[in-house]
Design a protein around this ligand. Sequence first.
Ligand SMILES: [Zn+2]
Length: 147
Amino acid sequence: MASDSPASRAPSAPPPRKLPALEPETAFFWTSGADGMMRIQRCVACRTWQHPPLPRCATCGSEQLAPEPVSGKGQVISYTVNYEAWLPGLPVPFVLAAVELAEQTGLHVLANLDGPPAAARIGLPVRVRFEQHEDVWLPFFAAEDGL
Ligand SMILES: [Zn+2]
């Protein structure tokens, strides 16, 4: 752990992150942030959003599904504070939040929440931002009021 000191990275480089594998069904989600937009799978037939992506619509069974842009706005519905540095140089503690997107009740995305754990709360209005790591644009949520 001590072999990779923070000083060995460029000052502006974001901390290292564990990256998801880009699978055919999920690659759109992890690369969507390249243009600053979050995209969520949506059923073409019944217009229900669902996340994580599935081969069929969980509501109507249709296989006609496509990613569509969302506002990137939502509210924290649950969160945990993580104290484990899963990678060398990863700052702890950090907050992992379940965010309900504004588009649909029950549409949840798990992502890191910016800011100190003390600033996290249920119902906190948040907005997505992205951090590029290799070919992945990781979503993060930040408080709408800039906390
Ligand atoms: Zn459907």
